[in-house]
Design a protein around this ligand. Structure first.
Ligand code: NAD
Length: 357
């Protein structure tokens, strides 16, 4: 396959990519005038009912890396929606961004929002990494299927991560208490920062890292007790919970043996480099809370926004609280079957979505 802007130094076929998994639609977009370049991947759903998946803006090193990320993340969305009992298929859009000034970003967003109309409503999208609430307004002025404007997805994602941390602590120590526990947070962006706010008053110790210096300075002022570590060292800290809240592949073949935590519970999508990484975690006794169960709060909130004309905090909260029970069931099944938690979660999700999307 020759995508229009793929550099031709390396040939590959879409089907050969690990996360291709028979995607229903993979589309590229390109507009040199507006700096717009990227992919939309729809893994399941999208015809009888729309597929859900947020849009990410990131400075990928290559088009292939961006394409791989869109495929992996959209597949994960299908699993996430299934485990959250939401009857939609998963999708993801990634925009490959050079460093843009504010005005250039607005032009890019308009151009992307306009292009989305080619999908004729089959994709409902919102904010992921690199997109903030005012960006959503620009997108919404061009495309109808934008969610997360009246619901605070970040708030519910962060809450879901917090509930998952409580459940994981209970699994480890028999008590949900945050007091006296040690945490490390990779990435103090939208979700990482909210999580930090929830943990700070009770935790014994919190380490954080980010690649954005400005962000770190802002956090240091608000939370003088947190310890800032280098992005290369964050996973090594001796903590109860390591919380990846940045990008994909936080746990990979290069760092899995140097993890210093007892458990991993974070918001980042596609935290494991591959299935085998989860199996290694299982072997070395680190409890992994599957990312797509933990971070479903945001999609639960935006699906609720899509389905209901009126906002109800209680309705959303009830669904987000259910994340704890979903995680408990996965931990129990994984223990009784002696399987890695990521494998158990995948098996349970596949049973659900193979029936519905
Ligand atoms: P964000 O862009 O606001 O924050 C990401 C942060 O990670 C940024 O501050 C960035 O500088 C930092 N970062 C990037 N690479 C890093 C590295 N190598 N080490 C340390 N920090 C690094 O994004 P967000 O909305 O907070 O999302 C965080 C993660 O959670 C993403 O993986 C996202 O897909 C996932 N997620 C978010 C939501 C949501 O509601 N926003 C929902 C579900 C999942």
């Amino acid at each position: 396959m020759n995508l229009p802007f793929i550099k031709q130094e390396k040939h590959f076929s879409l089907e050969s990519l690990e996360s291709y998994d028979d995607h229903k639609l993979v589309a590229s977009f390109y507009s040199p005038k507006t700096n717009l370049k990227g992919f939309v991947a729809i893994h399941r759903g999208g015809l009888t009912r729309p597929a859900f998946g947020a849009t990410r803006i990131w400075h990928y090193d290559s088009e292939e890396e961006a394409l791989q990320d869109s495929l992996k993340l959209s597949k994960t969305m299908t699993y996430k929606l299934a485990m959250a009992q939401l009857k939609y298929g998963g999708a993801k859009a990634v925009i490959i961004s050079p460093n843009l000034k504010a005005k250039e970003k607005q032009i890019l967003l308009r151009s992307y929002g306009n292009w989305l109309n080619y999908l004729a409503g089959h994709l409902i999208t919102g904010a992921d990494v690199g997109i903030d609430p005012k960006d959503l307004e620009i997108l919404a002025s061009e495309y109808k299927g934008i969610v997360g404007r009246t619901t605070d997805a970040v708030k519910f994602t962060s809450l879901g991560v917090f509930y998952s941390i409580e459940l994981t602590l209970k699994e480890l120590y028999g008590s949900e208490d945050i007091a006296g526990k040690r945490f490390s947070i990779q990435g103090v962006g939208k979700v990482g920062l909210e999580l930090l706010k929830m943990l700070d008053s009770q935790a014994e110790k919190i380490y954080i890292s980010d690649i954005d210096r400005g962000r770190l300075n802002m956090v240091r002022k608000q939370f003088p007790n947190v310890e800032i570590t280098s992005p290369k060292e964050i996973h090594k800290q001796k903590v109860d919970i390591f919380s990846p809240c940045a990008l994909s592949n936080a746990i990979n073949r290069n760092n899995v043996s140097s993890l210093g935590c007892k458990a991993i519970v974070g918001s980042a999508n596609s935290q494991l480099e591959g299935h085998e990484t989860g199996e290694v975690l299982n072997r070395i006794g680190i409890l992994y809370a599957p990312d797509y169960i933990v971070n479903a709060g945001g999609v639960i909130a935006v699906v609720d926004e899509y389905e209901n004309p009126r906002y109800s905090e209680k309705r959303i909260l009830d669904k987000v609280k259910n994340i704890k029970e979903t995680l408990r069931v996965v931990f129990a099944a994984s223990k009784s079957q002696n399987k890695a938690t990521n494998i158990t979660a995948d098996e349970q999700a596949e049973k659900v979505f193979n029936k519905i999307v």
